[in-house]
Design a protein. Structure first.
Length: 536
């Protein structure tokens, strides 16, 4: 792993107390009402998909013995500090746990948007500032999280701290952008949604009406997906807007903050429509958009070019499609090879000119390089099946099941468990199945596995980067030719097309691609290109 950020340096600190005056003991209220799952349980459950449990800490005021007992009963980690000086509570916790990057949450927000958390995690991998504050804008109130460095949290001014700074943990950071670099990012996973007044949505619990709403949201969304996020909530505002009138009269306390000076260096990233091109284009473009926003660009993420702004820089990830624009940068377009100044390949390709026989340049989320504290399970095979239909999913399952607990090592290495992500639900109970996972959960599944079986694409690269034993199948004629290329040039075993899998009676035993050196740098050329445009 070459990631500059250690996941062990990142902690989720949740500010929690039982002494609420408007709604006493609100954080212990159950969602749904008749369950034994409290608001704090929902928060911990969501955070556990990203953070190790030892890096999730509830920060409790002194004397709140009932809450401490509750957290101990749940085996949740807690830290007790000053009741009135909340900032001091955070500061002492940061020293105790040696937390270098702090994700701050409060105990009254049960539905944290996990996708936003993912992108905050991505963002801090690119931060070099000692003092910084990082958050997402445009989320419903209560679904966002803020992040800041320990150095910013501990920063002291010469004058005594005003009371508002001791009550509100990060206010001293936000009020001084001249000291603490402020990053206010736009959530790339919500870019396709029509603008509505998100700030008017309260998905937090301060009063009885708020509690009524979050319980209603669970009935509408949580029963289907316990980790629903801002995208589902926003869609619900369109489908059933009347629900959000429940707590629309509750007022929120806000503090005026300095306006940030933001340059208007605009760029549009155009990705292939997922229903036509697959989801890979969108996923990598979301990470690319966040990276460019961190570098000071105002990014538009869309499936269409802006024909009314022909001079606007466009980054095009739509295969071989061409457009009549002045400033264009092409991604993985065979008509524009990476030896051109305005073209780059995010995946290896037989048509790409080779500049270094030993190094392969590619691009993916920076999180793919991080160690998520997962231990590889010997003999575990992970299958990424994407959007394969029932017949295609069954072809892969039939092929792999013949090797499960196989004693004849001439046919297959030690394969003792199978996990499949995507495709349709398997018939066999021997296959652990996930229809879909969050990106971080997906990375954890890769790191937990010994083998990965997939088709040529982003999953292949991320699995190789994680040192996994990767083999490929061909799901289309194009993927068949790319699979053959990967075997010849990269040493990744290509088993064959899907249609022939059930007849195959052996599993790859040699994985020479372990010697491949991957460099996740294909996006840096785009940054250089954009900077040259705005400098000229």
């Amino acid at each position: 792993m070459s990631g500059i950020l250690s996941t062990r340096d990142c902690f989720a600190f949740i500010q929690a107390r039982l002494g609420s005056t408007r709604l006493p003991k609100k954080i212990l209220k159950s969602i749904p009402e008749e369950s034994n799952t409290s608001i704090l349980d929902h928060i911990h459950s969501r955070l556990s998909t990203i953070f190790p449990k030892e890096q999730i800490v509830f920060l409790v005021p002194e004397g709140d013995y009932e809450l401490v007992d509750y957290l101990n009963l749940r085996n949740y980690q807690s830290f007790v500090g000053s009741e009135k000086d909340v900032r001091d509570r955070f500061r002492k916790a940061s020293r105790k746990f040696d937390a270098k990057h702090i994700f701050r949450l409060t105990g009254d927000n049960p539905y944290i948007d996990l996708e936003s958390l993912r992108y905050l995690y991505e963002a801090i991998t690119t931060i070099s500032d000692t003092y910084y504050s990082l958050s997402m804008v445009g989320l419903p109130l209560g679904m966002g999280v803020e992040c800041f460095s320990r150095e910013s949290l501990l920063y002291e001014t010469e004058s005594p701290a005003p009371e508002r700074h001791t009550e509100h943990v990060s206010l001293h950071i936000k009020e001084h952008p001249e000291i603490h670099k402020q990053y206010r990012l736009h959530p790339p996973h919500l870019s396709h949604l029509t603008e509505i007044r998100l700030n008017s949505l309260r998905i937090t619990v301060d009063e009885p009406k708020d509690y009524e709403l979050v319980c209603q949201l669970w009935r509408e969304l949580g029963a289907k997906n316990s980790f629903f996020g801002a995208e589902e909530v926003i869609q619900l505002t369109k489908d059933k807007p009347e629900i959000f009138s429940i707590n629309s009269s509750v007022e929120q306390v806000v503090f005026p903050l300095p306006k940030l000076n933001q340059e208007s260096k605009k760029v549009r990233i155009v990705y292939g429509e997922p229903s036509l091109f697959g989801s890979g284009h969108l996923e990598r473009c979301k990470s690319l958009s966040l990276f460019l926003e961190m570098k000071g660009f105002h990014v538009e993420l869309s499936t269409e070019v802006d024909s009314n702004s022909p001079n606007l820089p466009h980054i095009l990830d739509v295969r071989e499609n061409e457009f009549a624009l002045v400033n264009q940068f092409y991604i993985d377009n065979l008509n524009h090879l990476p030896n051109e100044a305005n073209a780059s390949f995010f995946l290896p390709n037989p048509f790409a000119p080779k500049t270094n026989e030993e190094v392969i340049s590619y691009y993916s989320s920076p999180l793919s390089e991080l160690d998520w504290n997962e231990v590889s399970i010997l003999g575990r095979v992970l299958v990424y099946a994407g959007n394969l239909n029932h017949k295609e999913s069954e072809q892969i399952d039939t092929y792999l099941l013949q090797f499960l607990n196989q004693t004849n090592r001439n046919l297959a290495p030690n394969i003792n468990s199978l996990v499949r992500i995507g495709g349709t639900k398997p018939k066999s109970e021997d296959i652990k199945y996930y229809p879909r996972l969050s990106y971080i959960q997906f990375l954890k599944e890769i790191q937990t596995s010994d083998f990965v079986l997939t088709y040529f694409g982003q999953t292949m690269m991320e699995s190789v980067a994680n040192g996994k034993k990767v083999s490929l199948v061909g799901i289309t004629p194009i993927h068949e030719s790319l699979g053959e290329f990967a075997e010849k040039e990269m040493g990744i075993p290509y088993i064959g097309p899907l249609t022939s899998l059930p007849q195959k009676q052996s599993f790859p035993k040699s994985f020479p691609h372990s010697k491949i050196k991957l460099v996740r740098d294909a996006h840096l050329k785009i940054l250089k290109w954009l900077e040259s445009i705005y400098e000229s």
